[in-house]
Design a protein around this ligand. Structure first.
Ligand code: FES
Length: 190
C-alpha cells in the first residue's frame, strides 16, 4: 500500500503559495501538460487535474492553493472552491498517512455501512472527521462509491477500494496498515 498521501510538514504548509507565480516550477510544468489536453479556450477544464497535482505535492488543498490554481486557470477562487468542496477526494487540511472513507450512503446504510464506521471509530479512538494523534489515520464518511452491492465498502487514500468490510476485515486492515507504517519507519531509521 505504497500509494498514500503524505501529510505535509509545517514548513510545507507555510510554503504553500498564494499566487500562481509562487507555485513550484515543476508544478507549473505539470499544470501546463494538463491544460494542453484541452482546446485553448477551455483551459479551465484542467481544474480537477491541477488540484490533484497540488494535493499530491502538498498533501492537501488549502484556500491559498485554490487561489493560486484559480489565478493560473483564469477562474474565480470561489469556482475552484466549489470544485474542492464538491469532491471529497480533496483534503481541505492535512490528513493522516491513511485516509479512510467509509460509505454511509443509503444503500450502504441498509447493509452495515454505518456499523463499519462505528467500528472504526471505536478501534481508532477517534470520531468521524478526525485524525489519530499519531497522524496515521483520518476517518471520513463518503458518498456512494459505486459498489453498493459490496457494502460495507471503503476507500483508502482515494484509490484503494475495500469491499465487504466486516469488523474482522476492518481490524485486519487497520492492523496491517499500522504494521506497514511501523516497518516503513524502522526502514527509514536504519
Ligand atoms: S451507497 Fe455505498 S457504495 Fe453505493
Amino acid at each position: 500500500m505504497s500509494d498514500h498521501l503524505t501529510p505535509p510538514s509545517a514548513a510545507d504548509v507555510a510554503a504553500i503559495p498564494v499566487t500562481a507565480a509562487q507555485l513550484p516550477q515543476s508544478m507549473l510544468e505539470r499544470f501546463a501538460r494538463e491544460v494542453a489536453k484541452y482546446p485553448a479556450e477551455q483551459a479551465q477544464s484542467a481544474v480537477i487535474a491541477c488540484l490533484s497535482i497540488v494535493q499530491q505535492q502538498f498533501g492537501h488543498v488549502s484556500v491559498q492553493a485554490e487561489a493560486a490554481v484559480a489565478q493560473y486557470l483564469g477562474l474565480s477562487p470561489i469556482a475552484v472552491h466549489e470544485v474542492t468542496t464538491f469532491y471529497n477526494m480533496y483534503n481541505p487540511q492535512p490528513v493522516g498517512k491513511y485516509k479512510l472513507n467509509v460509505c454511509t450512503n443509503l444503500p450502504c446504510q441498509l447493509r452495515e455501512g454505518v456499523h463499519a464506521l462505528a467500528h472504526l471509530e471505536k478501534k481508532l479512538g477517534i470520531r468521524m472527521g478526525e485524525t489519530t494523534p499519531d497522524g496515521l489515520f483520518t476517518l471520513q464518511q463518503s458518498e456512494c462509491l459505486g459498489a453498493c452491492a459490496d457494502s460495507p465498502v471503503m476507500l483508502v487514500n482515494d484509490r484503494i477500494m475495500c469491499s465487504f468490510m466486516s469488523n474482522d476485515k476492518l481490524d485486519a486492515l487497520i492492523d496491517g496498515l499500522r504494521a506497514a507504517a511501523g516497518q516503513a519507519q524502522e526502514g527509514g531509521q536504519s
